[in-house]
Design a protein around this ligand. Structure first.
Ligand SMILES: C[S@@+](CC[C@H](N)C(=O)[O-])C[C@H]1O[C@@H](n2cnc3c(N)ncnc32)[C@H](O)[C@@H]1O
Length: 290
């Protein structure tokens, strides 16, 4: 299974890569967008590709892609990462906040409730906090808040209470154990609704484990500090919490940025049919004012 780059054509349209320009791909993942950028920036343009998932970088390293510099790191520190690599001048930065299908299918770290795996959910194995830590150690109230804020899970209180009751008997260490707890906590009707009843809980735990929303805020702020006049910022987001942060960030920086997407760009039917993961994608782009 490979990761199909989302809204590839629009991303390229907004980044507008030209021969010998340099770009930062803050979320390198499977390298789909980066490879396309490199096609347009030949012969000497470079891409600095950042990802905090060592496995993702390892998979790409074996492909030995020319003009691609790979750096493990959290894009929250994008400013330092770019400085340490003495990378530039930069013509644009891409953030693809989506969830890589490779991570979902192959990581073995409990991102998917369809697999029986340890409840880890860390993209970055150097992060000391796992999803199991949150589930087994956090106060019931705190868990309920996480499920509500990051998952908009309406049965957050019932699920949090069930987690607390269960962990008094035994700790919850696997996706299957957690799935079981959720199934027992939610009403029968909810268990048979169109969206899987564990979707929101898993999303919320993943966001909390990785501090995803705070990273986005810091990443965008850092990006703006290193983007020179006329350069471009392109962000793909995949749920309303992310998109709200991006939208507000662009709006709050109108003095420095020209917003290129009055409304977010979304994939057309054909793309969603071919790649269901593109379904909720929203692209926003801006250019730094001269
Ligand atoms: C959807 S994938 C990117 C796919 C890529 N655009 C492509 O075309 O193959 C998102 C990637 O961002 C990485 N990621 C998520 N949050 C990150 C962060 N804070 N810092 C660095 N990488 C991050 C994930 O590990 C994942 O590999």
């Amino acid at each position: 299974m490979s990761h199909v780059p989302v809204l590839l054509h629009s991303v390229m349209g907004f980044l507008n890569p030209q021969p010998n320009q340099n770009f930062v791909d803050a979320t390198l993942g499977g390298g789909g967008h980066a490879k396309e950028i490199l096609v347009h920036t030949s012969p000497r343009g470079m891409v600095l590709g950042v990802d905090w998932d060592a496995d993702a970088l390892e998979r790409l390293r074996s492909q030995s892609i020319p003009r691609l510099i790979m750096q493990k790191g959290n894009f929250a520190h994008i400013e330092n990462i770019v400085a340490e690599n003495e990378f530039g001048p930069i013509s644009g930065i891409l953030f693809d906040l989506g969830f890589s299908s490779l991570t979902l299918e192959e990581s073995g770290r409990g991102f998917s409730f369809q697999k029986d795996e340890p409840l880890d959910m860390r993209y970055d194995q150097d992060n000391p906090r796992t999803a199991a830590h949150i589930v087994n150690r956090y106060a019931e109230e705190e868990i309920a808040n996480i499920l509500w804020q990051y998952g908009e899970e309406r049965y957050n209180r019932r699920i949090a209470a069930a987690i607390r009751a269960t962990r008094k008997q035994h700790s919850i260490q696997t996706t299957t154990q957690l799935l079981d707890v959720i199934a027992r906590a939610v009403p029968t009707g909810y268990r048979h609704s169109r969206m899987h009843y564990a979707t929101k809980t898993f999303q919320a735990l993943r966001i909390a484990t990785n501090d995803e929303l705070e990273n986005i805020r810091q990443g965008l702020t850092g990006a703006l500090k290193i983007l020179p006049p006329k350069s471009r910022l392109v962000v793909l987001s995949f749920h309303s919490l992310e998109d709200r942060i991006v939208k507000n960030f662009l709006r709050d920086n109108k003095d420095t940025l020209t917003i290129l997407t009055k409304k977010p760009i979304v994939p057309d039917r054909a793309e969603v049919d071919a790649n269901p993961r593109a379904r909720s994608a929203k692209l926003r782009a801006a250019e730094v004012i001269d």
